[in-house]
Design a protein around this ligand. Structure first.
Ligand SMILES: C[S@@+](CC[C@H](N)C(=O)[O-])C[C@H]1O[C@@H](n2cnc3c(N)ncnc32)[C@H](O)[C@@H]1O
Length: 334
């Protein structure tokens, strides 16, 4: 029980986690109000929104609800009007007697089922990027390429309307697909999103300054390292997502050779589901064995060079077979 002596003096802020006034969350948690620009809808299902129907065999169908329309399956049909106006999480029965669970898709459902131009960043990697690249509300984030717009949705949600996600895509057809997917998820043009048709390796240094985070998901992220160094604010972070070990090596060595970044950190994440049923508790038989590797590095202050590594490279790391970029310093040329 806090004593009266613990009360903050007039004008002083209350200690973290305490407040003299009870927090009124009713305004933002009214069941019928959609949180703005979250992609989340609340209350009864409405015409014009997408729902996911799941049958007893776990087959999923994405359906855009429209008044007067019918969804046909090989086990009978379901009128959209039987779902519109009903709560999320209902069960509807087709004319063939099959029950379907009706749920609004989550962001992770949306990105794996939406139309694709290029391969998307899967939710397990998007989750890693959001935390390990430290994407925060109000951040100025640059990303390329936008591809199908999957990662863009997560970035926009994390920066919120007070931030900026500046996305670059060099293919017009992919940019159009991404625009549809991102606008479709948020229900309109997100106020924090800028989509530029162009090559990031060319545009970054010319168009972006004081950037907090740069996220690279492209074939040749090493082409952007000089531009990233120009665009990032001191202490800012670059994160690359690459599919192969050769890309991983070339990106890391290019960042290291640049000298204006901290030592890059590289990892991959493996996610394995579990089957949990009574006494049968075991790992799932199937998992995604490989999606991609992640690398992060922080931008140093202008004119500052990365401290020389005190640890010598592994024997042969930069031997005569190695032809990639080399960090400066005698230790690595031996
Ligand atoms: C794997 S996809 C990106 C997927 C995206 N992150 C997503 O989650 O949907 C790679 C994209 O990068 C684009 N790209 C490659 N190099 C680029 C560059 N230098 N500038 C802009 N876009 C580039 C490609 O056209 C492609 O659409």
């Amino acid at each position: 029980m806090p004593s009266p002596l613990d009360e903050p003096a007039p004008g002083e802020p209350a200690p973290l986690g305490e407040s003299s006034q009870p927090l009124d969350i009713s305004a933002c948690h009214t069941a019928s109000i959609d949180p703005p620009w979250s992609g989340v809808r609340r209350g009864a299902l409405r015409a014009g929104e997408r729902v996911r129907l799941t049958d007893p065999k776990n087959h999923r169908h994405s359906v855009l609800l429209e008044a007067g329309k019918t969804f046909f399956t090989h086990k009978g049909s379901i009128d959209h009007d039987a779902m519109i106006g009903q709560p999320d999480g209902q069960v509807v029965t087709s004319t063939g007697g099959v029950d379907y669970l009706v749920l609004r898709p989550l962001l992770a459902d949306h990105v794996v089922s939406m139309p694709r131009g290029a391969a998307v960043v899967y939710p397990k990697d998007a989750a890693q990027i959001l935390v390990m690249a430290d994407i925060f509300p109000g951040a100025h984030v640059v990303e390329a390429g936008v591809g199908s717009g999957a990662l863009t949705c997560s970035l926009l949600r994390a920066v919120g309307t007070g931030g900026v996600v500046s996305s670059y895509e060099r293919r017009e057809d992919f940019a159009a697909i991404a625009r549809d997917n991102v606008d479709g998820f948020f229900g309109g043009s997100h106020p924090a999103w800028r989509l530029t048709l162009g090559d990031l390796a060319v545009d970054l240094a010319e168009r972006e300054r004081d950037v907090d985070r740069v996220i690279l998901d492209m074939l040749a992220p090493w082409d952007c390292v000089d531009g990233v160094a120009t665009a990032l604010a001191p202490g800012g972070l670059v994160c690359a997502y690459v599919a192969t070990t050769t890309q991983l090596s070339r990106f890391v060595e290019t960042v290291r050779a640049h000298g204006g970044f901290t030592e890059p950190e590289s990892w991959e994440s493996l996610v394995r589901g579990w089957h949990v049923e009574g006494l049968a508790v075991r790992p799932s038989h199937r998992m995604n064995g490989h999606t991609g590797f992640l690398v992060t590095a922080r931008r140093l202050a202008p004119g500052t060079s990365a401290p020389r590594r005190s640890r010598r490279p592994a024997p042969g790391a930069y031997g005569h077979d190695y032809t990639g970029p080399r960090p400066a310093g005698p230790a690595v040329n031996e």
